[in-house]
Design a protein around this ligand. Structure first.
Ligand code: HEC
Ligand code: HEC
Length: 310
């Protein structure tokens, strides 16, 4: 590859030459220093003389030269440094004759990984998701991908956390068909519940509706407040349905079951009503590509359909 000067962030080449000057001068200085310390000492055949320094009564300094092998190690180190600086970037903005850059190396490694693993992902890409969800090899890859890219939000066991849905319970915001899960991962999801405080008559109304919401799933509630909240729930029905069973096309949760995305306490439900919620699942189509998402969808589907049952 042709040697070239890499474009640098300096406005002139002065600093580049500055660095080159001191690097080269440093190398020459080291050569001189080794040569200078290596010469001298007693001429061949003669015994070494004392330099006149004595420590601890009998420890004398003699004028023996440094051992040859020791000096050669220094010369080899210097030669290595020079060869390195010719081949690789290091001398100012000189790119080195190999034209190596960390970006290029990264890209080559990514290309090699794609060439090696691409076909493995591709061989699963055409397979039916329900079939894949029974294939232990595919699930193993899916699990690794999940731990890398999804566990940070959904947890390594996929059981989620407040605001991040549990993916193992077969209870879905957007739907649990394999294709729906795949769409959630590919294109992401944006759950939007607007603040509803004004619509239910402020804090007090929110409190009443919260008790009504708790009554829907049989949780402990104040009967009088729930009764008052029932009428106000009309403004919620458009999204959560008149019976509170939710709507998967917009990701409005079912409020009658035992699964809670944010929490079931009166305080949490009130907060949801007063402030609204905006859960965001990022899209992964560009980031991971469809083949990897296909394996992920199979893995997620398998979590709530153990042994491939429907
Ligand atoms: C930045 C956090 C984050 C990451 C990373 C993330 N998710 Fe999500 N995911 C969410 C949130 C939040 C939701 C719920 C969206 C909502 O509230 O409407 C969600 C929803 C989902 C759903 C829909 C669940 C349902 O009940 O319908 C699936 C499926 C899903 N994620 C799978 C994945 C997979 C697989 C990955 C890894 C590729 C992943 N997620 C990565 C935050 C994340
Ligand atoms: C415009 C549609 C819309 C309206 C109107 C609406 N919601 Fe929601 N609600 C949603 C969506 C979507 C979510 C999920 C938010 C998310 O994924 O972050 C949600 C979430 C919730 C949750 C959280 C459930 C959980 O599992 O933690 C509660 C409780 C709730 N809504 C109650 C209400 C009540 C009570 C009202 C009426 C005062 C109401 N919503 C009005 C769309 C709506």
């Amino acid at each position: 590859m042709k040697a070239e000067w890499v474009a640098n962030t300096f406005t002139s080449s002065f600093w580049s030459w500055w660095i080159i000057f001191f690097t080269v001068a440093g190398i020459f200085f080291c050569f001189w220093l080794i040569w200078w310390t290596g010469k001298g000492g007693a001429p061949k055949g003669e015994t070494a003389e004392t330099m006149g320094h004595v420590w601890d009564e009998n420890l004398e300094e003699l004028n023996n030269p440094l051992p040859r092998w020791w000096l050669n190690m220094f010369y080899i180190t210097l030669a290595f440094g020079i060869i390195y600086l010719i081949l690789y970037p290091g001398l100012g903005s000189w790119a080195g004759v190999l034209g190596w850059t960390d970006t290029k190396q990264y890209e080559e490694e990514m290309k090699a990984a794609e060439a090696k693993y691409g076909p493995i992902f591709a061989q699963y890409a055409q397979k039916d998701l329900k079939e894949l969800a029974k294939d232990p090899e595919a699930l193993k890859i899916g699990r690794r991908l999940f731990l890398n890219y999804c566990a940070i939000c959904h947890g390594s066991d996929a059981r989620g956390a407040p605001g991040f849905p549990n993916l193992t319970d077969n209870d879905w915001l957007y739907g649990g068909k394999p294709e729906t899960i795949e769409k959630s991962i590919l294109d992401g999801r944006q759950g939007t519940m607007p603040p509803m405080g004004a619509a239910v008559g402020g804090e007090e109304g929110a409190e009443q509706v919260a008790h009504y919401v708790r009554s829907l799933s049989g949780l402990k509630h104040d009967a009088a407040k729930a009764e008052a909240g029932k009428a106000k729930f009309a403004v919620c029905a458009g999204c959560h349905g008149p019976d509170g069973k939710g709507n998967q096309t917009i990701g409005a949760p079912n409020l009658t079951d035992k699964t809670w995305l944010y929490g079931s306490s009166v305080a949490t439900i009130k907060k949801t009503i007063m402030q609204g919620r905006h859960g965001k699942m990022p899209a992964h189509r560009q980031f991971l590509g469809e083949d990897k998402v296909h394996l992920l969808a199979a893995y997620v589907y398998s979590l709530s359909h153990q042994s491939g049952a429907n």
